[in-house]
Structures are given as C-alpha cells and as structure tokens.
Design a binder for this molecule. Structure first.
Ligand SMILES: NC(=O)C1=CN([C@@H]2O[C@H](COP(=O)(O)OP(=O)(O)OC[C@H]3O[C@@H](n4cnc5c(N)ncnc54)[C@H](O)[C@@H]3O)[C@@H](O)[C@H]2O)[C@@H](O)CC1
Ligand SMILES: Nc1ncnc2c1ncn2[C@@H]1O[C@H](COP(=O)(O)OP(=O)(O)OP(=O)(O)O)[C@@H](O)[C@H]1O
Length: 406
C-alpha cells in the first residue's frame, strides 16, 4: 500500500513537473522568439560584414536543401521519433572548426558561445526545485568513488537542482560522506538494479552512464539495462569512462539513439573506433575518424577529448581549444560528463530557436568542453602542479560566470 501510495505521488509529481516545464517553456519561447530573431539577423549581418558569406549560408541552413538528405534530417526536440533514425547519415559532411588560436575564427567561437548562453535557463522566483535539472549518474563501485562524485557535484555546480548517484552498496556510504548535496542510491549491484533505477527515470532529465562504474560483468549488464530503459523514455544519455567500455563491446546498445553523447578520451576513442570500423585510428586524419565513428554509430554525438576537444554528430566537427593548462590530473573527464548532462538537458529544453537550428547536443558539448578547460585554467593559475579535480570543481561557478553569464 505504501509502495502504491509512493508510486501514485511520484506519478502526480511527475505530471506536475511536466506540465510546469511545458508551461514555462511555452511562455519563455514566446518571450524570447523576438530576441532570437533579432540575434539571428545580427549574427548574419556580422558574418556578412566579416566577409565569410559562404559559411553563413551553410550555418543558417542547418536543414539540408536536398530532399534526399532532408529525409535524414534529425529532430532533437520533443517530437522526434528515433525509430526512424536507423539509417546512417548521408556521406555529405560539413566541417567547421573553432579555435581560439586562429584570430579569424574568434568571431565564430563567440557565435557558438552565444548559443550556449542562449540555452541557459533564467533564474526566476517562479521556479520550483527540480526545474533546472534532475540529473542521474550511474557509476561508483568499490574502487572508484571519486569519479561519480566529481560528475554529480559538477552537475549541481553548473546549475542542476538535484543530482542522483546510482552506485554499488560499497561505494554509497563513501560518496555520501563526500557531499550532503548528493542523493545516493546503493542499488547498482542488486539483482533488481535496473528496476530500482527505472523507478527514478521519469524524474530525471538526463543520465550520465559510466564514471567509476568499473568493468565487472554484473555492473556492465545493469548499466546496459538502464540504458535500454532510458532510451525508451527518450532521456538524453551521456556515456563516459567504463560506459564506453560497454559500448565498445556492444555498440548496438547505443547505436542510432539520437539523444546519446559519447565522451571518449584518446584510449576510449581508439577502442570504439576499432570495434566499429575494424581499422586503427589514423592519427593524420582525426576529423575524418571522428566523423566516420559518429556515422557508424548512427550519428550519435561524440566528444573526443584531448589537447583539443573535437565534437561531432557525423555531419560537422567543432573544435574546442579554449585555453586550459598542461596539468592532467584524473577526474577532469568526470567534470566534463557531469556538466554535459545538465547542458544537454538545457539545450533540448531551449529548442531550435535558442540554438539557431544547430544540433543542441553540439552546443551543449561545446559549452561543457569550454567550461572544463576554463576550470582547468583557473585552478592551474592558483595551484600549479598541485592542482586536482577538486580544485577545478571549486572554479566551476566563476568559470561559468566568466564564459556564459556575460
Ligand atoms: N577518483 C576516481 O575515482 C577516478 C576514477 N576514474 C575512473 O577510473 C576508471 C578507469 O578510467 P581510465 O580513464 O583509467 O580508463 P582506461 O582503463 O580505459 O585507461 C585509459 C588509459 O588511457 C590513457 N590515456 C588517456 N588519454 C590519453 C592520451 N591522450 N594518449 C594516450 N593515452 C591516454 C590513460 O593514461 C589511461 O591509462 C573509470 O571508471 C573512471 O571513471 C577516473 O575518472 C579518474 C578519477
Ligand atoms: N593534452 C591536453 N591538453 C589540454 N587539455 C586537455 C588535454 N587532454 C585532456 N584535456 C582536457 O581534459 C578534459 C578531460 O580529458 P581526459 O583525457 O583527461 O579525460 P578522461 O581520461 O576521461 O578523464 P578522467 O580522469 O575523468 O577519467 C578534456 O575535455 C580537455 O578539456
């Protein structure tokens, strides 16, 4: 009876959240429509003045003009039907780079920063707890308690209201002891783990699968089950770390799911690439390899982390080389995946007007990469070689303000 009551109240609360979100979104879209149109016109004008008219026409026409390509054009909004996305994307590729080190592209970099700013929900007195994001992190086992903590606390510090960690029983007490802000569920090594997490999925806006998950068969199988359930609900899924190990073994788990974002480091990228393309990565053709991997996985978004972060949906490549530092401590990728969980939700919620028709996940990924690098830069200024992921997390607020709240 208690369980039925809890289920009913969760259901009612969820309906309320959905209704409220819909209402706020409609209201905000109406308010911002005019601003978006003005921004678009200013942007086009600026680009024309900068003498890059050919780029302008490609950027402003994200919808392909050729009807055969248009049939493959994806919708990321609420009405998308990912079952219709089972074909690979057309071989036509638009490649675009943004690099701080090239003076001619600073303007383009600023344009995409502006899109990130557009998706950030306003802080208003009308909102209730949860509306700016309820994020779930699936990971955390006996060996790795830091990674899920870094991801979950980063999500909160970027601006999510609630951050849940679904981890093993061993890890739960440890993670709770790091932070009273996190909601920690010791369920991941239970036989009914998938069911336990599934109960929470209707309340979550995005899930991050993999930080500190480990590679035990039972945990990987549970992660797979959770991914399947999240896909059915259309929840954005960020896959990182050991979640990517799972995908390298069983790519079909995520293939063709348009709301998936994979965040491999160099090693994880080559594992995925070799699993999908049956070839080693060509280090002389990083962009080509990234495009091919994304296409082979059905145009999922991939963030290839490294000296420069390369972001692609199989159609475009964005390059984020925002200044970081030369310090490479563990946990930076967790900060990135947690932040991305929030930004992916915000980008979807904002809708195509705010992202100027760009793939919202490209915008979100660019935002998360820039933010991670800015945190790295700021923390390194203070700590130098002693900098750790925790020092970077302390910088999230200031870094976010500097990049996006201007
Ligand atoms: N404090 C913690 O609990 C942490 C736990 N972590 C977890 O540790 C587990 C294993 O993660 P790993 O990243 O070690 O995964 P892997 O076991 O796949 O190792 C990746 C390897 O690639 C190497 N590598 C990374 N970038 C490279 C580059 N650009 N060129 C060449 N080699 C490169 C690394 O040195 C590492 O040996 C994951 O669950 C992860 O989430 C990490 O997130 C770090 C922090
Ligand atoms: N060589 C580099 N130069 C500058 N920045 C880098 C470099 N390598 C990585 N980074 C930064 O660190 C971020 C995380 O990348 P990294 O390769 O450390 O991920 P990871 O191995 O998955 O991290 P984690 O330790 O959390 O598992 C990147 O998004 C990028 O911002």
């Amino acid at each position: 009876m208690m369980e039925r009551f809890l289920l009913q109240s969760m259901d009612t609360e969820e309906k309320f959240y959905k209704y409220e979100e819909q209402r706020l979104k409609t209201e905000e879209n109406r308010r911002e429509a005019e601003h978006a149109r003005e921004f678009q016109m200013l942007q086009m004008l600026g680009q024309m003045l900068a003498g890059i008219s050919s780029t302008v026409s490609q950027r402003s026409q994200y919808m392909p003009s050729n009807p055969s390509q248009r049939s493959n054009h994806r919708s990321y909004g609420d009405n998308f039907n990912y079952n219709s996305m089972t074909t690979l994307s057309p071989p036509i590729v638009i490649e675009r780079s943004f690099s701080m080190h090239k003076t001619h592209s600073i303007k383009e970099m600023e344009n995409i920063f502006q899109l990130v700013r557009n998706i950030i929900p306003p802080l208003t007195a009308k909102k209730h707890k949860g509306q700016d994001g309820r994020i779930g992190i699936v990971g955390g086992c006996q060996e790795y308690t830091g990674a899920p903590y870094f991801a979950a606390i980063s999500a909160l510090k970027v601006g999510a209201d609630l951050s849940h960690v679904f981890c093993t029983k061993d890890a739960a007490g440890v993670i709770k002891s790091y932070s009273p802000e996190l909601i920690v569920h010791p369920v991941l090594d239970r036989p009914d783990a998938v069911h336990e997490v599934e109960k929470w999925l209707p309340r979550l806006h995005s899930v991050v699968i993999g930080p500190g998950l480990g590679r035990e068969d039972v945990l990987l199988a549970n992660a797979k089950g959770i991914i399947e359930k999240a896909k059915v609900k259309g929840i954005p899924i960020v896959i990182d770390a050991d979640g990517l190990w799972l995908i390298a073994q069983q790519p079909s788990v995520i293939q063709n799911y348009p709301r998936a974002i994979l965040t491999p480091n160099a090693m994880e990228f080559s594992r995925l690439y070799e699993a999908m393309l049956r070839d080693p990565v060509d280090s002389n053709d990083q962009h080509g390899c990234l495009l091919r991997l994304s296409q082979a996985l059905g145009n999922v978004t991939i963030v290839q982390k490294g000296e420069r972060d390369l972001i692609s949906d199989g159609e475009k490549v964005l390059v984020c080389s925002h200044e970081g530092s030369s310090r490479r401590c563990g946990g930076q990728g967790d900060l990135l995946s947690g932040s991305l969980g929030v930004l992916a939700h915000w980008a979807l919620l904002a809708g195509p007007e705010k992202t100027n028709g760009q793939n919202p996940f490209l915008v979100a990924a660019f935002g998360a990469c820039s933010l991670t690098r800015q945190c790295n830069h700021q923390a390194f200024q203070k700590c130098g070689r002693s900098m750790t992921a925790s020092d970077m997390i302390l910088e999230i607020g200031a870094a976010f303000n500097k990049l996006f709240e201007t």
